[in-house]
Design a protein around this ligand. Structure first.
Ligand SMILES: Cc1cc2nc3c(=O)[nH]c(=O)nc-3n(C[C@H](O)[C@H](O)[C@H](O)COP(=O)(O)OP(=O)(O)OC[C@H]3O[C@@H](n4cnc5c(N)ncnc54)[C@H](O)[C@@H]3O)c2cc1C
Length: 532
């Protein structure tokens, strides 16, 4: 493939598709969530020619709807999953090294309540084991806090039955950005990812799978893609893609809500008892706080995945019981909802089903990898790619992803260059945290053109995403590219009203198509702000 052409430009799609159908790949990955992205980067960096397809935008499935923690999984200790705690815990250090702009340390407060799930003694023991298994650095080790110190950390906590607290280390991320950055890195190294390309059928020869028939969801055309190995990383769609009678997955629904810090001025991230004895998170993010999550079995059609009023009330009641606030439905600014793909385990309730990943190989040779966590994506990929090498009797090549840096490693130099262009530190931080060192291009393009204000910066960002991140529309942009639809919904609405002409001009599409995009965006806004 001609790598001089930038096929990550959404407007080069037709040309790109022609080159894809001419190639035969070593690996074809179905699914551009974190699992597929991880596999694609691992195969490509080990020298395998790889194509990745997603039926919607990259990261638009569960991989943009999580709690956004890269965590050692304290709750797995309860289930005695020591190996899982060790693996996910150790991965945090790796991910913050390879992607420091999107994986950042975050201190978590765990209040210990009189009738709570954990008492002081158990918490102390659990956190000691956790620190050991998760390879927590000496300086980051957990602390048990007195009652007074717990309230100093979080003054909003109600004083009635808190005995003390624990203060321990987690990492936070932007799940959508992590996924897209991994896909972009794999493209830079030679892979061929494409979004809005749905796998509709497998192609077989002598009862073995040799390719995938796909439908382009943008223009409706059909494409055949051929590969030696087909990896199914379609998350909660695994059963639909395999189309087997026997289902492999059980799906668990989880919601998050977003409120302004004006209404809930939380000082710090907190993991606390919900009204039913489960534990939930509240995490500040700039001038907002997001709260989640729920864990309930989901058996309906996936296009009926919406946030229900009773789920929101569960979170609100838990907040109002724990903090000195009185939050109501009207205070919720936005929400998101995702499905955990969990491996079916008899008749166990979803909350009891293991969160570990599993690999299945069908008799036709399709390799499915599913389950697992965002946190463990790199190790999941390593395992499945080792398997590809074994299955094809290829000489072993070790995974390189542990040391393969994504795009966030030039912070100081870049910061001074961008400030020299006339931008503020705040503007730099915002864009660096999303795009790593690639943010330079957004600033540079704007510098050449117009006033360096936030609105023009956003328009320059939109142009960048269309050209360099295979972003196809406003919804891709405001959700998977910069999450504004979740954390700054008012700004999204004012921007599309006041700067409609400029945005339409950048996108370069017909009036009719532009209006269709606006309708889709507004529909989604309705969906994440209405609760029935
Ligand atoms: C509420 C919630 C909170 C969570 N919090 C955390 C957390 O804090 N930390 C953590 O580590 N993990 C967390 N998880 C788990 C984690 O988010 C998931 O394990 C992970 O995102 C799953 O990624 P995936 O790539 O397997 O699936 P997905 O992200 O859903 O990706 C699958 C992709 O496959 C595509 N696809 C499906 N069918 C086809 C087809 N026919 N053709 C082409 N493409 C197709 C879809 O469009 C989709 O993009 C959470 C999960 C939930 C639901």
């Amino acid at each position: 493939m001609d790598r001089k052409i930038n096929f990550f430009d959404s407007r080069k799609r037709d040309e790109y598709k022609k080159t894809l159908s001419k190639n035969k790949f070593d690996v074809l990955v179905i699914g551009g969530g974190i699992t597929g992205a991880g596999v694609c980067l691992d195969t490509t960096s080990r020298g395998l020619k790889t194509c990745l397809i997603d039926m919607n935008d990259f990261a638009s499935g569960t991989s943009s709807k999580s709690t956004k923690l890269i965590h050692g999984g304290l709750r797995y200790l309860e289930q005695f999953k020591f190996k899982l705690v060790h693996e996910t815990g150790s991965e945090r250090a790796v991910l913050s090294k390879i992607a420091p702009h999107i994986v950042k340390p975050e201190k978590m407060l765990l209040p210990i309540k009189k009738e709570g799930k954990l008492n002081m003694f158990l918490t102390r023991i659990a956190l000691m084991i956790y620190d050991y298994l998760a390879n927590v650095k000496r300086t980051d080790k957990n602390k048990i806090l007195s009652r007074e110190d717990t309230f100093l950390k979080e003054p909003l906590l109600k004083k009635n039955n808190v005995l003390g607290g624990a203060y321990y280390s987690e990492y936070r991320t932007e799940d959508n950005r992590l996924t897209i950055e991994i896909i972009k890195k794999s493209y830079e190294l030679g892979s061929s990812p494409i979004n809005y390309m749905k796998a509709i059928n497998f192609i077989y020869r002598d009862n073995k799978v040799i390719g995938v028939k796909c439908k382009d969801k943008i223009d409706g055309t059909i494409l055949e893609l051929y590969a030696q190995n087909i990896i199914n990383a379609s998350g909660s769609w695994t059963d639909e893609v395999l189309n087997d009678k026997e289902k492999k997955l059980v799906l668990s629904k989880g919601i998050h809500i977003v409120v302004s810090r004006e209404k809930f001025n939380l000082s710090q991230s907190i993991y606390f008892d919900a009204i039913d004895g489960r534990m939930i998170f509240a995490i500040p993010r700039e001038d907002k706080v997001y709260i989640g999550t729920t864990d309930t079995e989901f058996n309906k059609e996936k296009d009926k995945l919406i946030v229900l009023k009773k789920e929101v009330n569960y979170l609100l009641n838990s907040l109002n019981e724990t903090f000195s606030v009185s939050l109501k439905l009207k205070h919720i600014e936005s929400s998101w909802v995702g499905l955990r793909p969990l491996i079916k385990d008899g008749h166990k309730k979803v909350s009891e089903v293991s969160r570990e990943d599993e690999v299945f190989i069908s008799k036709e040779g399709i390799i499915t990898i599913t389950g697992g966590k965002l946190t463990g994506y790199r190790k999941m990929a390593e395992r499945v790619v080792d398997l590809i090498f074994r299955k094809n009797n290829m000489p072993k090549r070790r995974s390189l992803t542990k040391n393969l840096k994504l795009f966030g490693n030039k912070h100081d130099k870049l910061r001074s260059e961008i400030m020299e262009l006339g931008f503020s530190e705040e503007q730099f931080n915002k864009y660096y945290n999303n795009y790593g060192d690639k943010c330079f291009e957004i600033f540079k393009t704007l510098k050449k053109k117009s006033k360096l204000d936030d609105v023009n910066l956003l328009i320059s960002e939109f142009a960048y995403c269309l050209k360099k991140e295979m972003c196809h529309n406003l919804l891709d942009f405001f959700s998977q590219r910069n999450s504004m639809i979740y954390y700054n919904i008012d700004k999204v609405l004012s921007l599309i009203q006041e700067n409609r002409k400029e945005l339409a001009e950048v996108s370069g599409i017909s009036e009719k198509k532009w209006n269709e995009q606006l309708i889709d965006l507004k529909k989604y806004i309705d969906q994440i702000t209405t609760f029935n």
